[in-house]
Design a protein around this ligand. Structure first.
Ligand code: MN
Length: 506
C-alpha cells in the first residue's frame, strides 16, 4: 500500500497542490483533501523523472488537469482520477496499483481515459471512428470524457513547446472532435477555451488578422458599454431588482471568427462583439429586466430570443436582446438566472455542482438527459436505460445503428432501413427487400433509432432499387444511388449489353 511520497516534494508541485486544494475547498467541501494529497504524492512518485516538453515536472500537468475538474465541481473520484490519469500509460505503475490504493471507481475512470487513448483527426474516416470511440466511452461514464477535456485543455496551454507539425494536428483535433462534443454536452465555457487555444495554432494567420481587427472595435464599443452599464444599474436599483452581476464580456474568439466568415469578413457587421450579461435570482425577474431594457432603449427587430421558454437543444437558457444605445451603437444583452448561468457555462458538469449544493427548482426545467443522469447516479442499478437515452440525446441529429456483426453505422435522424442498406454497401441497397429490426420484421420506411440492430434481407435476383423509396429515404447517399439506378434503366445500356460488347471485342 502506498502511504507517503519517497520523492522530495519540490516547491513547484507544492504550489500546484496548494492551489488545487484551495479550489477544491471552494467548490467541493465534501472532497477529502488528504486523499487528493496522497494521489498527488503517488503520481509524483510514478512520474518521478519525467518532464513535460515545457521542461516542467510531469506532475504539473496532471495537477492542472485536476484543477479544471475541481473548478467544474466534479466529484472526488473524478478529481483523483484526473491526478492519476497518465499513470498507467506513462509509468511503471498499473491500473491494479491504482485500484489497490484509491479504489475501484477511480481505477475505472483512469482506465477509461487510458483506453480512449489519443483521438486523432486524420480525415473524415478517422474522425467518425474517433467520434464513435468518444460516444461509446461517454455511454459508459461521461466523467471519462470530462477528464479528457481537462487533459486536453492543459495540453493546449503548453502546446507552444511542441513542433509546429504536432501543434497543428492537436489544434485541428480539438476543433473537429473535442469542441463539438463539449458543445453537445452544453459545456460552453470549456468549449470556448478549447477553441480559442486551438484557434491560434490551427489557423495562425486568421487568428492574427482577427486580433488586430477586434482590438480597435473593442475600444470603441467598450466606451459606450461602460456608460450603458451605469445607466442600467440605476434602472435596476430603481426597480429594486437584485442582480448578481452586470458584466461586459468579449466573445469567444473562434466563435467570433466563424461568425465573421458568415459576414464576408466584415467585423463591422457583428453587433454582439461585447455583450452585457445580467444574472438575477428568479425567472420572473429575467422578464422584468427585459422589459426595463426595452423601455430604456429601442430593441433591434428580430434579435429578441426567448431561450427560457424555448431552450436550445443542448439545454441553454437565457433571454437575449440587442438594442440601439444612445450613440446608435448596438449592444447585446443576455439575461438569466444563476443556475441557468452555471448550466450554460458548465453544461452536464453543472450537475455535480448542484447535487452538492442541494436541488434547485430550476433543475426540473433543464435537459431531460441531465435529469436522467441524476436519476442514474442515485440509482446505479438502472443505468442501461439511461445510457440509451444519453446516446440518443447527445448526438441529437445522428443515430448509431448496429449491423448483425456489431459494426456501427451512423446516420442522420429518422433514417430508414433503406438508408442503412446503402450505407452498408450499394449492392445491399439495390437488392434489399425487407428489414429485421431488433429481431422483428419491419417495413422499409420504418424510422430507425439509435441502438437498433438492423438486418437487411436481400433478394439476389433483384437488380434495382424501388423508385418509390425516394419518398422516404433520408440520406443523400441512398437518394443518389436510387436515382442513378433509375437513370441507367432508361438512358444507358444495361449491364448485360455492356457485358455482351466486351465479350464481342475479345
Ligand atoms: Mn495527460
Amino acid at each position: 500500500m502506498f502511504t507517503k511520497s519517497d520523492t522530495k516534494r519540490n516547491n513547484v508541485y507544492m504550489k500546484g497542490e496548494k492551489n488545487l486544494v484551495n479550489i477544491i475547498k471552494k467548490y467541493r467541501s465534501d472532497v477529502d483533501v488528504d486523499t487528493v494529497r496522497l494521489a498527488i504524492d503517488f503520481a509524483a512518485t510514478a512520474h518521478k523523472d519525467q518532464l513535460r516538453k515545457t521542461g516542467e515536472p510531469y506532475i504539473n500537468h496532471t495537477i492542472a488537469t485536476s484543477v479544471t475538474l475541481a473548478e467544474l465541481g466534479l466529484d472526488q473520484a473524478t478529481i483523483v482520477a484526473g491526478i492519476l490519469h497518465d499513470v498507467p500509460e506513462d509509468t511503471e505503475y498499473t491500473i491494479e496499483d491504482i485500484e489497490k490504493n484509491f479504489g475501484k471507481e477511480v481505477a475505472y475512470l483512469v482506465n477509461g481515459v487510458t483506453k480512449l487513448g489519443t483521438l486523432k483527426y486524420r480525415g473524415m474516416e478517422r474522425y467518425i471512428e474517433s467520434l464513435r470511440k468518444m460516444f461509446l466511452t461517454m455511454a459508459e461514464d461521461i466523467r471519462v470524457i470530462i477528464i479528457k477535456f481537462a487533459d486536453r485543455l492543459n495540453n493546449l496551454q503548453t502546446l507552444y513547446a511542441l513542433s509546429p507539425h504536432k501543434r497543428k494536428r492537436i489544434a485541428l483535433e480539438t476543433l473537429e472532435i473535442y469542441a463539438p462534443i463539449a458543445n453537445r454536452l452544453g459545456m460552453e465555457k470549456i468549449k470556448g477555451r478549447l477553441e480559442d487555444l486551438a484557434f491560434q495554432y490551427a489557423h495562425p494567420e486568421e487568428y492574427a488578422w482577427l486580433q488586430t481587427q477586434i482590438v480597435e472595435r473593442y475600444h470603441e464599443v467598450e466606451k459606450h458599454l461602460k456608460m450603458i452599464r451605469r445607466q442600467l444599474e440605476v434602472e435596476l436599483n430603481n426597480a429594486n431588482i437584485k442582480y448578481e452581476s452586470v458584466e461586459g464580456r468579449g466573445k469567444d474568439l473562434y466563435r467570433l471568427y466563424k461568425k465573421v466568415l458568415n459576414h464576408e469578413k466584415d467585423i463591422g457587421k457583428i453587433h454582439d462583439l461585447i455583450a452585457l450579461r445580467i444574472i438575477v435570482e428568479t425567472i420572473p425577474q429575467c422578464y422584468t429586466v427585459l422589459g426595463i431594457i426595452h423601455r430604456r432603449w429601442r430593441p433591434f427587430k428580430g434579435r429578441i430570443k426567448d431561450y427560457i421558454a424555448q431552450p436550445k437543444p443542448n439545454g441553454y437558457q437565457s433571454l437575449h436582446t440587442a438594442v440601439f444605445c444612445d450613440h446608435g451603437e448596438i449592444i447585446e444583452f443576455q439575461i438569466r438566472t444563476k443556475s441557468m448561468h452555471d448550466e450554460a457555462e458548465q453544461g452536464i458538469a453543472a450537475h455535480w455542482h448542484y447535487k452538492e449544493k442541494g436541488t434547485s427548482k430550476e433543475i426540473a426545467q433543464r435537459l431531460e438527459w441531465v435529469n436522467e443522469l441524476r436519476k442514474w447516479k442515485d440509482n446505479i442499478k438502472d443505468n442501461q436505460q439511461y445510457l440509451e437515452k444519453l446516446k440518443i440525446d447527445v448526438f441529437q441529429n445522428r443515430i448509431f445503428v448496429f449491423t448483425p456483426k456489431g459494426d456501427v453505422i451512423d446516420l442522420p435522424e429518422s433514417s430508414t432501413p433503406v438508408d442503412f442498406a446503402f450505407h452498408v454497401h450499394t449492392q445491399v441497397g439495390n437488392s434489399c427487400t425487407g428489414a429485421r429490426i431488433n429481431g422483428h420484421m419491419e417495413s422499409l420506411d420504418t424510422q430507425l433509432r439509435s441502438g437498433d440492430m438492423c438486418e437487411i434481407i436481400v433478394d439476389k435476383k433483384r437488380k434495382r432499387p424501388n423508385p418509390d423509396w425516394l419518398t422516404f429515404v433520408k440520406t443523400s447517399t441512398a437518394r443518389s444511388r436510387i436515382k442513378s439506378a433509375e437513370k441507367s434503366r432508361y438512358n444507358l445500356p444495361s449491364l448485360l449489353d455492356i457485358g455482351a460488347k466486351i465479350k464481342r471485342k475479345k
